[in-house]
Write a protein that binds this ligand. Structure first.
Ligand SMILES: Cc1ncc(COP(=O)(O)O)c(C=O)c1O
Length: 369
């Protein structure tokens, strides 16, 4: 099966891991982190043109830490799209906040700024726009609305490393940005994440929160946890970061070729505004109906193509959230997307021949449903 995404690791990552083992420093519990963590943060900050990067042990931990650092208190409201991975909402709940779900724009699958504006109350403390599939959300409009109301913008760029918006890198578009290095992402550290900010005081606070709020040990004045990135993960990240431009170029080549091959196939293809660069973490098409999507998906899977649905259920309808009373919310674009989207592999391991096969299966299925 051609997987939708997979980690691409080589000798450079192996060498990095061996060096850590030989050196014997596996982690460092100071707010600054160990030598590989610090180097990874510096290198990633340079890549993003950001002032500070704080590496943590997952994208979820990045969001959780960002929310804690923003001073979220029990019962505060955090606005976010429902059409996202469950971790966006889970992090808010873990921080004691109440998620407020809003609808998306079907042309980008990202949060509608107008919908955000409509749900703001006195309790709204943060908004988490998600750069879904690797396309940045409408961050300028969202940022303007947030600023007017004194709301912190936490960009969930977990899927969007390498994407950009009006010349700025995804992850640097809000007050705080969060990345994930889960193995299916455009680059990996095994498990891992990072938090990005240009605010010196906030960066210091984030560093403390990732290690129990402590500076020297047993001196916490703020709540934190163990969100530290291990040295081995940071060493893998440093090797992956060097390969990232090549990975992204291969994805862009595949995505552009697939767009051409699917032209006229009767699917809604991904749209990229001219002021954005997509990182092509996921190449997502939209089918006419749920039944049509099922047909495409089963034929593609039979043909060895790992077509996958991200996400079949908007978060407000996931049992946990439906049980909390969100189930009756009406978010029509999110529901429609959940029923009809399908993601196709464009990762760097995908070949031109694979892309031809995908287009052929889709066109054949369209002709003979
Ligand atoms: C949109 C989004 N937010 C948050 C996360 C959480 O990241 P992680 O799996 O590294 O905890 C992910 C990744 O899986 C994601 O796709």
């Amino acid at each position: 099966m051609l997987p939708i995404n997979k980690p691409l690791l080589g000798v450079e990552e192996k060498e990095g891991v061996l060096k850590v083992i030989e050196g014997g420093i596996m982690t460092n519990s100071s707010p600054e982190g160990g030598p590989n963590v610090r180097a990874f943060e510096r290198e990633l900050a340079r890549h993003l043109n950001a002032r500070h990067v704080v590496a943590v042990n997952s994208g979820t931990a990045a969001l959780h830490t960002a929310l804690l650092a923003s001073g979220i208190r029990l019962g505060d409201e955090v606005v976010m799209p429902s059409f996202t991975f469950a971790a966006t909402a889970g992090a808010a709940v873990l921080a004691g906040a109440k998620p407020v779900f809003v609808d998306i724009d079907l042309s980008s699958y990202n949060m509608m700024p107008r919908a955000f504006k409509k749900v703001i109350t006195k309790r709204t403390k943060a908004v988490i726009p998600v750069d879904l599939y690797g396309l940045p959300a409408e961050m300028d409009e969202i940022g303007e609305i947030a600023e007017e109301h004194g709301i912190t913008v936490i960009e969930d760029a977990c899927q969007a490393l390498g994407a950009s918006y009006r010349g700025r890198m995804a992850g640097t578009l809000g007050d705080i940005g969060c990345l994930s290095f889960y193995p299916t992402k455009v680059m990996t550290t095994g498990e891992g994440g990072a938090i990005i900010t240009d605010d010196d005081a906030l960066a210091e606070k984030l560093g403390r929160i990732r290690t129990h709020g402590q500076v020297k040990g047993n001196d916490s004045v703020i709540l934190g946890g163990n969100f530290r990135m291990p040295e081995i993960e940071a060493a893998i990240g440093r090797a992956q970061l060097k390969k990232l431009p090549g990975f992204l170029a291969a994805r862009a080549r595949n995505a552009n070729a697939l767009k051409e091959k699917l032209d006229g196939a009767g699917l809604v293809l991904p749209e990229v505004p001219e002021y954005c660069r997509h990182n092509w973490y996921l190449f997502t098409v939209r089918c006419k109906t749920a039944a049509e999507r099922e047909r495409f998906m089963s034929r593609l899977l039979e043909g060895g193509i790992g077509a996958t649905v991200y996400y079949p259920t908007p978060v407000h309808r996931i049992p946990l959230y439906a049980g909390l009373g969100y189930g009756t919310l009406k978010l029509p674009a999110s529901e429609r997307a959940a029923q009809t989207v399908l993601s196709l592999p464009v990762n760097p391991a995908v070949t031109e021949k694979d892309l031809d096969r995908m287009a052929e299966i889709i066109k054949k299925t369209k002709k003979n449903p």
